[in-house]
Design a protein around this ligand. Structure first.
Ligand code: ADE
Ligand code: ZN
Length: 326
């Protein structure tokens, strides 16, 4: 079997995916028309051509603009269902999805509208496609602590639908310390925690997210290589990193895929996983991310499969179900 077919057929587990980042330009136009929202572009191709980013913030500005077309529960359902169909095509057997309620509540959309649409699609995905899933609610780190506390309060009646809370958006200038109290309160309510750290921000953000936010895994975390003692610790404790190769090259975290450190980290026994982050904006879903890494780094079939084994280990799937997958 050639490597392309091997990658295509490899069962995959996704642990770092922003549902708002799966909004393809075609769906953006469809929803804009349905909801009578003006877009600053005439065609989906023009939208796609505008996706040239110089750093994380330049992407986030575009991404929050795009999300304005999401208004009704059915919009969130359609967005999530389209992503699940991509999972099916890529042989993704389990996915853990982020959503950013504040992106929507800040513009007057009810929290329940967002959550119910996503949750209903995930339930249909389990029943009709056999794709298991969990949902992770992220706080936007560029907003203040009060807004995060308000958001945490909104999710409490829906605790059964959410496995963990996370932290995303602009890392520079918004360190994990800012959210220590809200994370500790979330833990008190029984949520697991994750956080974006060491994507663009310094290695201290990884240390502080582990210590102050008690995170189970680090989203991105590629800057850990700036501290070799930390890499040792992550490897020894098997603290997972949810790495997003195409995102990192699109946002200039690495100049080129052949400079990406994911393979080095894999060989240093860090529990690294491959994920797509915001696939509609970065040019690819799970198979594309695996393929992009394999095109720039010589990898054995065992190493490619290890990314999936790592993702199963790093997932929030319960232990009995994990045993059945490995
Ligand atoms: N929100 C969506 N994608 C993100 C990323 N790569 N980093 C931080 N926040 C995000
Ligand atoms: Zn992300």
């Amino acid at each position: 079997m050639n490597q392309t077919t091997f990658i295509q057929q490899l069962p995959k587990v996704e642990l770092h995916l922003h549902i708002e980042g799966t909004l393809e330009p075609e769906m953006m136009f469809e929803l804009a028309q349905r909801n009578q929202i003006a877009l600053p572009f005439n065609t989906p191709e023009a939208v796609r051509a505008a996706y040239q980013f110089s750093n994380l913030q330049s992407f986030l500005d575009t991404y929050y603009q795009g999300a304005r077309v999401l208004i009704h529960e059915q919009d969130f359902y359609d967005l999530t269902w389209a992503y699940l169909l991509r999972c099916q095509a890529d042989n993704v057997i389990h996915t853990e999805i982020f959503f950013d309620p504040q992106t929507h509540t800040e513009r007057g959309i009810a929290f329940d509208t967002v959550l119910n649409g996503i949750d209903r699609a995930l339930r249909d995905g389990r029943e009709q496609l056999g794709i298991s899933s969990h949902l992770i609610m992220c706080f936007l780190r560029h907003l203040d602590e009060d807004s995060a506390f308000d958001t945490l309060r909104m999710v409490l009646p829906h605790k059964d639908k959410i496995v963990a809370v996370g932290l995303d958006s602009s890392e520079l200038g918004h360190p994990p310390e800012k959210f220590e109290r809200v994370f500790q309160e979330a833990i008190g309510h029984g949520f697991l925690t994750v956080a974006h750290a060491g994507e663009e921000g310094p290695v201290e953000n990884i240390h502080n997210s582990l210590e102050l936010l008690s995170i189970s895994r680090i989203d991105h975390g590629v800057r850990c290589v700036d501290d070799s003692a930390l890499v040792e610790k992550l490897a020894q404790r098997r603290v997972p990193l949810t790495v997003c190769p195409l995102s990192n090259t699109k946002l200039k975290v690495f100049d080129h895929m052949d400079r990406h450190n994911i393979v080095e980290l894999l060989r240093r026994n860090v529990c690294v996983t491959i994920n797509s982050d915001d696939p509609a904006y970065f040019g690819g879903y799970m198979t594309d991310n695996f393929q992009a890494v394999a095109n720039s780094h010589a990898l054995t079939p065992q190493e490619l499969a290890q990314f999936t084994l790592n993702a199963i280990e790093a997932s929030f799937i319960d232990d009995a179900h994990k045993q059945r997958l490995t």
